[in-house]
Design a protein around this ligand. Structure first.
Ligand SMILES: CC(C)(COP(=O)(O)OP(=O)(O)OC[C@H]1O[C@@H](n2cnc3c(N)ncnc32)[C@H](O)[C@@H]1OP(=O)(O)O)[C@@H](O)C(=O)NCCC(=O)NCCS
Length: 173
C-alpha cells in the first residue's frame, strides 16, 4: 500500500490525535500498564495537545497517510528539546514522537518520517537531534542505532500514574 507524507496544519489536529492515540496503544498495550496507556492517551494525545503543537512556531508535525483513502498510518513531531541532558545547547532539537502503525513497519514510512524531521531540523539550523525512547523498545532502539543515534543519558518518563525508564539518544545533524 502506497503512503504519502505531508506536513500537518492546524486543520489536522483531530487526525493527528487519532493516529497519536492509536499508535501509542498499539505500541504499548501489553508492554506497560493498561491504565497508564489509557490515561496517557487521554492527556498527551488529546486534540487540544495537537492543536497547540500545530499552532506553535517551534513545533512541526508530519502525517503519513495511505494513498488508498487517506487514513493516517503514522506521524512524527519535531520540537524544541525538553530532555534532561547534561550539555543542553540552543542548536538542539528533539524528535518528540515518531510512530507508525505496525502493518507499515519495515515499509520505509518510519525512515521517511525521520528524513522529513531531520531535513527540517537542519533547515532550522539545528546541530544536534535528541530523543527519548523506552529502554525496552527493541525495534525503535535498532531503528535509531541504524540512523546513527547513540545513547547519551536516561530519564524517567511519566505515563499515567507511573514512570518508565527511557534512554536519551542523540546524533549530529
Ligand atoms: C520506530 C519506527 C517508526 C521505525 O520504523 P520501522 O519501519 O519499524 O523501521 P525500520 O524497519 O526501517 O527499522 C527497524 C529495524 O529494527 C529491526 N528490528 C525489528 N524488530 C527488532 C527487535 N525486536 N529487536 C531488534 N531489532 C529489531 C528491523 O529489522 C530493522 O532493522 P533493519 O532495517 O536493519 O532490518 C516503528 O518501528 C514504529 O512506529 N514503532 C512503534 C512506535 C515506536 O516505538 N516509536 C518510537 C517511540 S520513541
Amino acid at each position: 500500500m502506497d503512503v504519502s507524507i505531508r506536513r500537518a496544519s492546524q486543520a489536522d489536529a483531530q487526525e493527528a490525535a487519532l493516529i497519536g492515540s492509536a499508535t501509542f496503544l498499539e505500541t504499548f498495550a501489553g508492554v506497560i500498564r493498561g491504565a497508564d496507556v489509557v490515561a496517557h492517551c487521554a492527556s498527551a494525545h488529546a486534540v487540544a495537545v495537537y492543536d497547540s503543537l500545530l499552532t506553535s512556531a517551534d513545533a512541526a508535525v508530519w502525517l503519513a497517510e495511505s494513498d488508498d483513502g487517506g487514513a493516517p498510518v503514522g506521524y512524527a513531531v519535531l520540537t524544541r528539546p525538553d530532555l534532561p541532558v547534561r550539555d543542553p545547547h540552543p542548536d538542539d532539537l528533539e524528535i518528540k514522537r515518531i510512530y507508525v502503525l505496525s502493518r507499515f513497519h519495515g515499509s520505509g514510512v518510519g525512515p521517511r518520517l525521520m528524513d522529513a524531521a531531520l531535513d527540517e531540523a537542519k533547515r532550522r539550523g539545528g546541530r544536534r537531534m535528541l530523543l527519548g525512547v523506552y529502554g525496552q523498545n527493541a525495534r525503535a532502539l535498532a531503528f535509531y542505532a541504524k540512523l546513527g543515534f547513540t545513547r547519551i543519558g536516561e530519564r524517567q518518563f511519566q505515563v499515567g500514574a507511573n514512570t518508565y525508564g527511557d534512554y536519551i539518544l542523540a546524533r549530529r545533524l
